[in-house]
Ligand binder design. Structure first.
Ligand SMILES: [Zn+2]
Length: 399
C-alpha cells in the first residue's frame, strides 16, 4: 500500500508491523448532527481499514469522542440538559448515521471524560520536564522550548498565529509566554464539570486528549493517525509536541489527512451552518449509494457537493445490483485482471475513483454478457466482494 504521509509530504509505502495495523482517527465533539464532511473523513479510514483486513492484516481501529468541550457545555446550557446527556444522545445519533452508510464500528471508542486521570499524569510530566507552565489554575504548553513546533504543518510562525486565532485559541492571552502556547488544562467555572488536578478543579484541553487516548489504546508509535486536514494545525501539530516532550518519540509513523467537503464553494462547517446531513441523504437513497458518492472523490482533493451527485451514485448502485443479479458472466482471466486493477488503484494512495472505474467495467461486461449463467457467477461474486472492500456492498447497507 502506497499512502501519502502528511509529515513527509509524499506518497510512501505503508509497512504494517507484524501483520497488525493500529489506526487512530480523531472523532467527533458530540453536540450536533453528522454531516457529509464527517462522513467523507470516516469513510476514508473505513476503506483503509477494510482494505487492510481484506489483505489479511489485523486492524485495531480507534476513534475517540471529545465528550467535554466548550461547545458541548454551551449547547447543553442552551437546551437545559446535562452535558453528559447531550453527548450520549449525539453519539447515539452519530453511530446510527455511520452504521447507515456501512461504517465498521471502531474497535475502541475512548471518551475523553474517562481518561482525565491519565491526562493529568501526562501534563504533570510536561510541567516537571519544563515543557509546560501553570498560571491561575490553567496549564499551557511552552512552545518556546519546543523548537520543532510547526514541523508537521510546515507553517511559518506568523501563519500559525493567524490560524490559531481563527481556530479558537487566543494568541494574545496575556497569561501565555509565547503566542503559540496552547492549553493543556483549564480551570472550570463553578457551574461547569471539573476534575481534580494539582492546578485547579478543571478539565483537559482538546489536544492532550488525543495524545493520551491514542497511545493508551495503541501504544506507540501509532501506525496511522489522522482526520480531516483542518486538524493538521493546531491539533495534530500540538499532539506531536506534547507527545515528544512527554517522552514518546516517534509518536506516529504515518499521518493521513482528508480534504474538506464544500457546499457552494465554502467549507461545510457547523459554525457556518452550510451542512448536508447524512441522515437526510439516507432517507433518499440507500447507504451504499452514499458510500459510492463519497468514493467517487479522492480523499486528498477537496470537492464541492452537488445535489445531482446523489442520483448519479444511486444509478451507479442500481447498475451494480442489476449486474450482480442478472445472468451475465465474465471469463476467469478477465475477473482476475479486474481484481488486480481494483487493488492496484486502492493501493495507489487509496484511489477510490479509479477503483470505481474498475467496478463500472465489471458491471458493464456482466451486463453485456450474452450467457445466461444465473446469479452467483465468478464476475458477480467478484463485484460483490470488491464493493464490500469499499464498504458499499448492496444489501449489507440499507437505508
Ligand atoms: Zn484528535
Amino acid at each position: 500500500m502506497q499512502l501519502f504521509d502528511t509529515a513527509r509530504q509524499e506518497v510512501v509505502p505503508f509497512e504494517p508491523r507484524g501483520g497488525q495495523v493500529g489506526i487512530y482517527v480523531c472523532g467527533i465533539t458530540p453536540y450536533d448532527s453528522a454531516h457529509l464532511g464527517h462522513a467523507f473523513v470516516y469513510h476514508v479510514f473505513d476503506v483503509l481499514n477494510r482494505r487492510f483486513r481484506d489483505a489479511g492484516l489485523t486492524v485495531r481501529s480507534v476513534r475517540n469522542v471529545t465528550d467535554v468541550d466548550d461547545d458541548i457545555l454551551r449547547v447543553a446550557r442552551e437546551r437545559g440538559v446535562d452535558f453528559r446527556e447531550l453527548a450520549d444522545e449525539q453519539v447515539r445519533l452519530f453511530d446510527h448515521d455511520m452504521a447507515e452508510i456501512g461504517l465498521l464500528a471502531p474497535d475502541v471508542e475512548p471518551r475523553a471524560t474517562e481518561h482525565v486521570e491519565e491526562m493529568v499524569g501526562w501534563i504533570t510530566r510536561l510541567v516537571d520536564g519544563g515543557y509546560a507552565y501553570a498560571v491561575d489554575g490553567w496549564v499551557f504548553f511552552d512552545s518556546g522550548v519546543y523548537p520543532d513546533y510547526g514541523r508537521l504543518s510546515r507553517l511559518d510562525h506568523a501563519t500559525m498565529i493567524e490560524l490559531s486565532r481563527e481556530r479558537g485559541a487566543d494568541p494574545d492571552d496575556p497569561r501565555k509566554r509565547h503566542p503559540l502556547d496552547f492549553v493543556l488544562w483549564q480551570a472550570s467555572a463553578p457551574d461547569e464539570p471539573s476534575w481534580p488536578s494539582p492546578w485547579s478543579d478543571g478539565r483537559p484541553g482538546w489536544h492532550i486528549e488525543c495524545t493520551v487516548m491514542s497511545t493508551g489504546a495503541l501504544g506507540h508509535p501509532v501506525d496511522i493517525h489522522g482526520g480531516g486536514n483542518d486538524l493538521i494545525y493546531p491539533h495534530h501539530e500540538s499532539e506531536i509536541a506534547q507527545a515528544e516532550a512527554g517522552g514518546v518519540a516517534p509518536y506516529v509513523r504515518h499521518w493521513t489527512h482528508v480534504a474538506m467537503v464544500n457546499l457552494d464553494g465554502v467549507k461545510m462547517s457547523k459554525s457556518l451552518g452550510n451542512l448536508v446531513f447524512v441522515r437526510d441523504l439516507v432517507k433518499r437513497v440507500p447507504g451504499a449509494a452514499v458510500r459510492l458518492l463519497l468514493a467517487a472523490h479522492h480523499y486528498r482533493v477537496s470537492w464541492s457537493y452537488e445535489d445531482a451527485e446523489v442520483e448519479v451514485a444511486a444509478m451507479r448502485l442500481r447498475r451494480y445490483l442489476a449486474a450482480m443479479q442478472g445472468g451475465g458472466t465474465i471469463g476467469h482471466e478477465a475477473a482476475l485482471r479486474h481484481k488486480q486493477r481494483f487493488f492496484e488503484r486502492l493501493d495507489d494512495d487509496l484511489d477510490t475513483p479509479g477503483a470505481l472505474e474498475v467496478l463500472d467495467a465489471i458491471a458493464q461486461e456482466l451486463a453485456g454478457g450474452a450467457e445466461d449463467a444465473g446469479p452467483g457467477t465468478e464476475g458477480q461474486q467478484l463485484l460483490g466482494r470488491l464493493l464490500g472492500v469499499l464498504g458499499a456492498e448492496p444489501g449489507a447497507v440499507t437505508a
